[in-house]
Design a protein around this ligand. Structure first.
Ligand code: ADP
Length: 484
């Protein structure tokens, strides 16, 4: 891989400000999902190295929290600037290890960097309260202080932004952090550490532990009494296990888990706009995001028209290697992911779903899969209840407003939802009726560092980004002064 700054490709982990190997020298390979080629190997770490990272973070905490918010903000701003300066290289690294088209990788680097900029600004706005007293000889104040050492586990689908979304607010609040990135995508994480070091983030404040032994590292991060906060982005099943583990030390937890996003098109919608939104929402990152449209519901009167236009737009998508020009869909992340998509599709076809576009592995072979539209989708098909995490778009039919609100809510998930409508009363009723942490009306993209990202029900707890995001890394302290 050619990088303008070859220093960004690191094959060691980053603990306590040092670039280090695993204690026993073991490594694991990082490969390119587009062709299976090995890019490099990184340290295969375990409990001992994780514990050292936690201890380093704990030692670094006092000095980091003691700095002024303005000082921490200045360092974060430098980190943000370095991410922008190196955005092409960060995108190349991401596409190599993750597969997404380079335009999407660049978009993610900018999105990822935006959290560092945003929280550099928010660092200075962690205000307390003075509360009117209940007794004349007393005063009541509330201060807000950093929660302490933060442990994080992040997924492979957004190798940069899922880290900055946690590291930005944690560091801004005054907390040091230990991150175990997904084993598929450690290189983006390590490149962020190179820039963190250059920005002047002190040793021990930002640590990256690389490993395929997720369970072992996870146990250390969740059960160590030194770790006061645990933040996870990944699947609901793993999230539930990690919450259980965190119970042992009553850790403060934030969870960004799975989704099953409804994407509803009402008969008063602008159909062309809805098609455009569905394409972006469904096929971004080859359908591998937790906010991807999972169930597309289209009202009777516009069902056929929508399918026709949506199928035509899907046919236009170009599947290929992420670094090639004009590619809109890269490879999927693993065999397991492709197998899941195949299983979901054959289940749907058996139950009467009709494949309008795609429906098979792509002729390029490997992990490439055709973007696929299935019409006549029904509630008994597995993808009605399961997260697809791939480029299959099931289109369901519905008749009336309350029916579709009920269908949309008939899931244990509650992350992102989308709908297209123009009638103002309907817009308001549906927005209020959807049991989702995020509702996007008349567009297919909702993520921004300025808004609170997060889910209801089994999609998680806590919010990332926005003025609320820093609260996840803050403890409130009530101080009362008596005997005045
Ligand atoms: P995905 O299906 O997106 O890979 P996972 O929840 O399996 O979702 O993975 C998200 C992150 O959680 C990755 O960093 C992965 O290594 C980690 N992980 C997976 N299983 C465990 C576990 N039992 N304990 C701790 N971390 C885990």
């Amino acid at each position: 891989m050619k990088l303008d700054n070859p220093e960004l490709l690191r094959t060691q982990a980053y603990i306590d400000g040092q670039w280090v190997n695993a204690d026993d020298g073991a490594t694991f390979d990082v490969d390119n999902p587009a062709d299976g080629e090995v890019i490099c190997a990184v340290p295969e770490m375990g409990a001992a190295e994780t514990r050292r990272a936690i201890e380093a973070a704990d030692r670094a905490w006092g000095e980091w929290r003691a700095r002024t918010a303005k000082d921490r903000a200045a360092i974060l701003r430098r980190w943000h600037g370095l991410m922008l300066d190196n955005k092409e290289d960060l995108a190349r690294l991401m596409t190599a290890e993750q597969g997404k088209p380079v335009a999407e990788s660049t978009g993610e680097v900018l999105y990822g960097a935006s959290f560092i900029e945003w929280f550099a600004e928010e660092a200075k706005r962690v205000y307390g309260d003075v509360i009117p007293t209940h007794m004349n000889d007393r005063r009541i104040i509330v201060t807000r202080q950093p929660v302490g050492v933060v442990g994080c586990i992040t997924p492979w689908n957004f190798p940069n932004a899922m880290i900055t979304r946690k590291a930005g607010p944690a560091l801004a609040a005054g907390c040091p952090i230990i991150i175990k990135p997904a084993s598929e995508t450690p290189l983006s994480a390590l490149a962020l550490a190179v820039l963190a070091e250059e920005a002047g983030i002190p040793p021990g404040v930002f640590n990256i532990v690389t490993s395929t032994r997720a369970k072992e590292v996870g146990l250390e991060l969740t059960e160590s009494p030194l770790v006061r906060k645990f933040s996870f982005t990944g699947s609901t099943a793993v999230g539930k296990q990690l919450i259980r583990q965190c119970a042992s030390t009553v850790k403060n937890v934030s969870m960004e888990l799975g989704g099953n996003a409804p994407f509803i098109v009402f008969d008063d919608a602008d159909i062309d706009a809805a098609v455009k939104g569905a394409i972006i929402s469904k096929y971004r990152n080859a359908g591998q995001t937790c906010v991807c449209a999972n169930r597309i519901y289209v009202q009777d009167a516009v069902y056929d028209a929508f399918i026709e236009k949506f199928a035509a737009a899907t046919r236009e998508l170009v599947v290929g290697r992420g670094e090639d020009d004009g590619v809109s869909i890269g490879p999927m992340i693993s065999d397991k992911a492709v197998d899941k998509v195949e299983t979901l599709l054959s289940d749907a076809v058996e139950k009467g779903g009709q494949v309008v576009v795609g429906g098979a592995r792509h002729s390029r072979g490997g992990l490439f899969y055709e973007p696929t539209v299935v019409r006549d989708a029904s509630a008994d098909m597995a993808f009605a209840t399961e997260e697809i995490f791939g480029p299959i778009a099931p289109v369901f039919r519905f008749s009336d407003e309350q029916e579709v609100i009920d269908l949309a809510n008939a899931t244990e998930f509650g992350l992102a939802s989308y709908f297209y409508a123009r009638d103002l009363g309907r817009v308001w009723r549906v927005a209020e009726g959807l049991d989702y942490g995020m509702v996007c009306i008349n567009d297919g993209i909702l993520s921004t560092e300025t808004a609170p990202f997060g889910g209801m029900k089994e999609s998680g707890m806590g919010r990332e980004g926005s003025k609320y995001g820093i609260d996840e890394y803050i403890e409130m302290k009530y101080i009362t002064l008596a005997g005045l």
